[in-house]
Design a protein around this ligand. Structure first.
Ligand SMILES: Cc1cc2nc3c(=O)[nH]c(=O)nc-3n(C[C@H](O)[C@H](O)[C@H](O)COP(=O)(O)OP(=O)(O)OC[C@H]3O[C@@H](n4cnc5c(N)ncnc54)[C@H](O)[C@@H]3O)c2cc1C
Ligand SMILES: NC(=O)c1ccc[n+]([C@@H]2O[C@H](COP(=O)([O-])OP(=O)(O)OC[C@H]3O[C@@H](n4cnc5c(N)ncnc54)[C@H](OP(=O)(O)O)[C@@H]3O)[C@@H](O)[C@H]2O)c1
Length: 555
């Protein structure tokens, strides 16, 4: 086996060839030895990928930088709960245990559930914990073969191609030694809400460097133990930036720690349609997650009839959106605090920015332990923050950025090749260009799971892993690179039309049935999962509709 130049000092290892132990599922295939698969990450996406690939007979090697499974769920703040009803965040073949009676389980329950799934399907044997993938590098089989001229993905249209292999540089997080592993296929499941924080940029001498207090990101806040974090904010003037889930939860925790003595200030730039946790979820599902509801919007690649229907029915979507907005305005004092969003509730769904507010959040605002402040822009000064349009600084001891993550950067950073880095990022006015939200048309023998968002990320990752397992075992082939790029463009246009501000989140939430239809058709499964015409048209679709998908049309 040749050793690549960049890795001269490292040995190239084969993935472990330990026997596939008996999996609970009977459909275990046997993959050829030369089809080695590496999965990076053992969060929900990585575990699902591992389970589905091992069921197809692959013996994947999973690299996980942490010491356990669960990804984001291993490192949350104390009050984090599932934002979905548990039945919509459920593995299709592994129900929640009956001991979990809560509709919105807390983070410990979610982590236990994920851990039990990994044990039940015997996937722990494939995972190398404390193994951080530093980079991945594609080694072409022959120098003369220009990838730019390929018309088919991977040069052949197959997942496994003789055109090249991936070299994976892995660091043992304990002893810091590195090794290079070589595989034929890589599945990136590295998550998008961790590791690379999104911190606003400031002109020189207007940023955190001149501030005399402390500045952290919600990522660092989450990494602290609960008692240490409580001590950290106790008695301090805290300002939190953002108005999405991390910011709201952290503000609620700070207000609990400090009460009226030191109110927590929440500064934000965009209002959102926040949701109370007591909400008519079933009605919402009927309004937004049925085939009928998807008829009211334009779809990527739709024909003339669907396009006409979408145009005709779009006023109905506006009515639905207005009704939900009225309900939220009735439940939450958004008007009183001048927090009525400028965009519609439907846009919130299309952007995957639906956020459930913490318990009694507006009660805390009402009593004064949380102060809400809208701002256009802000900068730092010695004593705190200067909010645009205000003369006096907002005096503060701690600033916590709940400003999200740069998941695209994280994805980019893992590639050694500058060309692949450029490919995966797309440009500033495109989405991360992934066909079926999984495959970059010009990056061979590699898939990404868990980047694109939906309103229940577990179920989306599961559908994609199932789809990928069928691609790997040859149930279907990918179309040409040009066709894939056209499809990516259609989806991007859809995202830009329905989520102009947040299209880079790559949310498929408002069209999840249309999206799943495409995956089902590729896999040669029947995309219509309901019994009866009316149920098919009007009943909401969720993860359990796709249990027992079988690649024989009509089943
Ligand atoms: C606090 C929080 C709460 C959330 N709540 C919900 C919710 O209620 N509902 C919902 O639908 N979604 C929620 N999400 C979104 C959530 O990201 C997904 O639901 C899902 O858990 C993501 O799983 P994942 O496996 O794709 O990514 P992650 O959970 O991020 O897992 C990625 C894994 O890859 C590992 N990794 C990363 N880089 C490397 C590397 N270079 N080498 C080796 N290992 C690596 C990480 O250590 C991690 O274990 C939440 C996100 C956060 C941050
Ligand atoms: N289950 C849970 O309890 C839970 C807990 C935490 C996180 N999550 C999930 O994790 C994901 C990440 O959530 P998140 O809240 O960390 O990030 P996020 O959803 O990306 O929200 C980022 C927030 O920061 C604001 N922001 C970004 N850049 C800014 C800037 N330069 N100046 C001012 N404000 C800025 C955004 O405002 P704009 O809207 O104006 O861009 C937004 O309010 C989401 O999917 C979320 O649902 C879930």
């Amino acid at each position: 086996m040749t050793i690549l130049d960049p890795y001269k000092n490292h040995s190239i290892l084969e993935p472990p060839l330990s026997e596939v132990s008996s999996l609970p599922n009977s459909c275990v295939g046997v993959a050829p030895m030369e089809e080695r698969v590496a999965i990076i990450g053992a969060g929900i996406s990585g575990l699902l990928a591992c389970k589905y690939m091992s069921q197809k007979g692959y013996r994947p090697i999973v690299f996980e930088s942490k010491s356990g499974v669960g990804g984001v769920w291993t490192n949350t703040i104390e009050t984090t709960k599932l934002q979905n009803l548990k039945r919509s965040y459920q593995f299709s073949d592994f129900p929640w245990p009956s001991s979990v009676t809560e509709e919105f389980p807390d983070h410990n329950q979610v982590l236990d559930y994920i851990d039990s799934y990994a044990r039940h399907f015997n996937v722990l044997q494939y995972i190398r914990f404390n193994s951080r993938v530093v980079s991945i590098d594609y080694e072409k089989a022959s120098d003369g073969d220009e990838m730019d001229s390929w018309s088919l993905w991977s040069g052949t249209g197959d997942a496994f191609s003789p055109k090249g292999k991936w070299n994976i540089l892995v660091e043992d997080t304990h002893c810091k030694l590195t090794e290079v592993y070589q595989v034929e296929f890589v599945i990136l499941c590295i998550g998008r809400f961790s590791d690379v924080p999104n911190i606003p940029e400031f002109p020189l001498n207007n940023g955190p460097e001149i501030f005399h207090g402390k500045v952290i990101h919600s990522m660092e806040y989450s990494a602290m133990d609960d008692d240490i974090v409580a001590e950290f904010v106790k008695g301090k003037r805290v300002t939190v930036v953002g108005l999405q889930k991390s910011a709201l939860d952290i503000a609620a925790e700070c207000s609990k720690a400090n009460g009226l003595e030191q109110p927590c200030t929440l500064i934000y730039r965009t209002e959102h349609w926040l949701l109370p946790d007591k909400f008519p979820w079933v009605a919402l599902a009927y309004l937004y997650f049925s085939r009928f509801s998807e008829l009211t919007i334009h779809k990527p690649g739709e024909g003339l009839l669907l396009s006409l229907l979408a145009s005709l029915l779009s006023p109905l979507r506006r009515v639905i959106s207005k009704s939900v907005e009225s309900y939220i305005r009735w439940k939450l004092p958004l008007k009183k605090y001048k927090m009525i969003p400028k965009h519609s509730f439907s846009q919130e769904i299309s952007s995957c920015t639906i956020t459930i507010i913490p318990d009694n959040f507006f009660g805390k605002v009402e009593e004064g332990s949380i102060i809400l402040k809208k701002m256009k822009n802000f900068s730092f000064c010695k004593k705190g923050l200067m909010i645009d349009g205000e003369v006096e600084p907002l005096k503060t001891d701690i600033v916590i950025f709940g400003t999200g993550y740069k998941g695209d950067e994280k994805l980019k950073n893992i590639f050694t090749s500058l060309t692949f880095q450029k490919y995966i990022m797309g440009s500033s006015n495109t989405t991360v260009p992934l066909y079926r939200e999984c495959i970059h048309p010009r990056i061979p023998q590699l898939a990404v799971i868990g980047y694109s968002e939906s309103l229940s990320n577990l179920y989306s990752s599961e559908m994609r892993c199932l789809w990928l397992s069928h691609l790997l075992d040859g149930t279907f082939k990918l179309p040409s690179i040009t066709e894939m790029e056209n499809d990516v463009r259609n989806w991007r246009n859809h995202m830009k039309q329905y989520s102009p501000q947040y299209y880079r989140r790559s949310c498929v939430g408002a069209l999840h049935i249309w999206y799943n239809d495409q995956l089902c058709k590729d896999m040669k499964c029947n995309p219509k999962r309901k019994k009866g015409y009316f149920a098919e048209l009007f009943k909401p679709y969720g993860s359990l509709d796709y249990s027992n998908l079988s690649p024989k049309f009509g089943i």
